[in-house]
Ligand binder design. Structure first.
Ligand SMILES: [Fe+2]
Ligand SMILES: [Fe+2]
Length: 121
């Protein structure tokens, strides 16, 4: 989110808002592909992980709409960029890492009896 902060600190609000919209779309696409991968792998904590993605989207929408007396749009966008950085780093190191370990383990695991049966004649 360095680009968002850069644009905001340069005072280029049009660019900062554009970067924010782009980041929002990237996050939504990234979350959707993760959720698909978890579903396909039978990840047991899919609901909890999905709730984290939803909480991010909800908080992002709240912060985007935030208007406060005494706080400029630039300040709000800078804060938003810092919040996104922290959230995404924490999520990557925590929930995403847990999901990745599970999916990697599944990929190396031998097929279950049920899977072998469905592959059979
Ligand atoms: Fe992720
Ligand atoms: Fe995730």
């Amino acid at each position: 989110m360095a680009t968002l902060r850069e644009a905001a600190s340069l005072g280029d609000l049009g660019l900062a808002e554009g970067v924010l919209t782009y980041l929002e779309r990237c996050a939504a696409e990234h979350f959707a592909s993760e959720e698909r991968a978890m579903w396909e792998a039978g990840f047991p904590h899919l609901d909890a992980h999905w709730s984290l993605h939803l909480a991010f989207a909800t908080e992002l929408a709240r912060r985007k709409a935030e208007r406060g007396p005494g706080r400029s749009r630039t300040t709000l966008l800078l804060e938003l960029g810092r919040w996104m950085d922290r959230w995404l780093e924490e999520h990557l190191l925590g929930a995403d890492a847990e999901m990745a370990r599970f999916i990697r383990g599944q990929a190396g695991a031998p097929p279950t009896i049920a899977a072998r049966r469905s592959d059979g004649p």
